[in-house]
Write a protein that binds this ligand. Structure first.
Ligand code: PLP
Length: 404
């Protein structure tokens, strides 16, 4: 185990409780870091109260912890202001928020551009919007190895395009989208850009200012924070232009029996009691992550991914899903063993303490593109080490012996 992996592991209490577990399903959920765990416990033990309502001291402490979490998220994202950070229930909720609030202003004939590599949570809300508003969905095709085919952007972004909603990085292939041409093409026709950042946030701070998008969505549980919370970052003017999505307490200016005015963002989009402790835990996780040596950590996970790819490449009958080299991609490795169901492979691996995900990964259009029903996916975090990769490779040799 390298120094960094060993040191990192110590910050994740669950891993100490499962010393023989080879946890390689980090793209589904990262383990909760100690900083998040401590912040949630501290909040629950010392200042649990509802937020943005009470005037007593305990409630004020809760308010300031919640708003502090918003600032911590803003710093991780290099947002211009914490007012650009909306707490939601997760990536899915954030994308649905945009699909409703931004979608409200669209009409038949307006276009939304997606890509074939999207997670279902960046497909289905737009298909539902198409049902409601009659918008046209255009789907950017992929290169043979599963990257967005940017050479074809010009064919797919037309003057009727109002929104480009694409993944920052694929949860199946790990491919990182080259966003410069995407944002430029969207800007050229006056379209907004929404990025699905569910996977990217786990691998280091994100610079939304540099990315140039209008909206960025992610989930706390994938960023080593609590589940049940996520973020929609939006440029101040982009959020200000949106009507509310959910109505209720907390998002209002004044409610009369007949008419209501709405609060300014971000509160306009946080109807009802928010996930308070979870947001505080997420803020603490991101604050801790921000200080980590990401160049070294990402070099470590890329090395492990390459070791896995090289090890799998010499096994007979395996098909890779996605790019084989580590350029512009996250340490996520997906593969298929034709004729063997991914769940059966996962079962054999689980017997050996190797936790990987098998199935369609909520990306059925991408599975269709690769001509497979599903795939096995190993997703690597900095607390993983060579032993995790070797256990998976040994498990795959066992799978091939037993199942083929
Ligand atoms: N988008 C991507 C790329 C994902 O990987 C995921 C989760 O796997 C999601 C969206 C949905 O995230 P959540 O289920 O946390 O809302």
């Amino acid at each position: 185990m390298t120094f960094q992996a060993a040191a990192w592991r110590k910050h994740f209490p669950l891993l100490a409780n499962h010393p023989r577990l080879h946890y390689l399903d980090n793209a589904a959920t990262g383990q909760l870091c100690e900083a998040a765990f401590d912040a949630v416990t501290h909040h629950e033990l010392t200042h649990r109260a509802n937020v943005l309502r009470g005037t007593y001291r305990l409630a004020e402490l809760a308010d300031s912890a919640y708003e502090n979490a918003r600032q911590q998220v803003a710093k991780y994202l290099n947002a211009a202001s914490d007012a650009e950070v909306v707490f939601t229930a997760g990536t899915t909720a954030s994308i649905n928020l945009v699909a409703h609030a931004f979608g409200e202003g669209l009409k038949a004939g307006d276009e939304v551009l997606l890509s074939l590599a999207e997670h279902h949570s960046n497909f289905v809300p737009w298909q539902m919007l198409r049902e409601r508003r009659g918008v046209t969905l255009r789907i950017l095709p992929l290169t043979t190895e599963g990257r967005l085919d940017l050479a074809r952007l010009g064919d797919f972004i037309t003057p009727r395009c109002r929104l480009v909603a694409v993944t920052h990085a694929s949860n199946v292939t790990g491919a990182i989208t080259d966003l410069v041409p995407v944002v430029a093409a969207a800007r050229a026709v006056g379209a907004r850009v929404l990025l699905d950042g569910a996977q990217a946030v786990q691998h280091g701070p994100v610079d939304v200012a540099a990315l140039g998008a209008d909206f960025y969505a992610f989930s706390g549980h994938k960023a080593f924070g609590p589940s049940g919370v996520g973020v929609l970052w939006g440029k101040a003017e982009a959020l200000a232009a949106l009507p509310p999505f959910l109505g209720g307490g907390g998002m209002i200016g004044r409610v009369g029996a007949e008419q209501t005015t709405y609060a300014l963002p971000p509160r306009r989009f946080e109807a009802g009691t928010p996930p308070i402790a979870q947001a505080i835990g997420l803020g603490a996780a991101l604050d801790w992550l921000r200080e980590q040596p990401w160049t070294a950590l990402n070099a470590h996970t890329a090395r492990l991914a390459q070791r896995l790819i090289d090890g799998l490449a010499v096994l007979p009958g395996l098909t890779f899903i996605g790019p084989r080299d580590m350029r512009e991609r996250l340490p996520i490795v997906a593969f298929d063993l034709p004729g063997i169901h991914p769940h059966d492979i996962c079962q054999v691996l689980d017997e050996r303490g190797v936790a990987v995900r098998g199935g369609h990964h909520c990306a059925q259009p991408l599975m269709d593109f690769f001509g497979v029903q599903g795939a096995v996916r190993a997703s690597i975090a900095p607390y993983n080490d060579e032993a995790d990769i070797d256990a998976l490779l040994e498990g795959m040799r066992d799978v091939i012996r037993r199942l083929t």
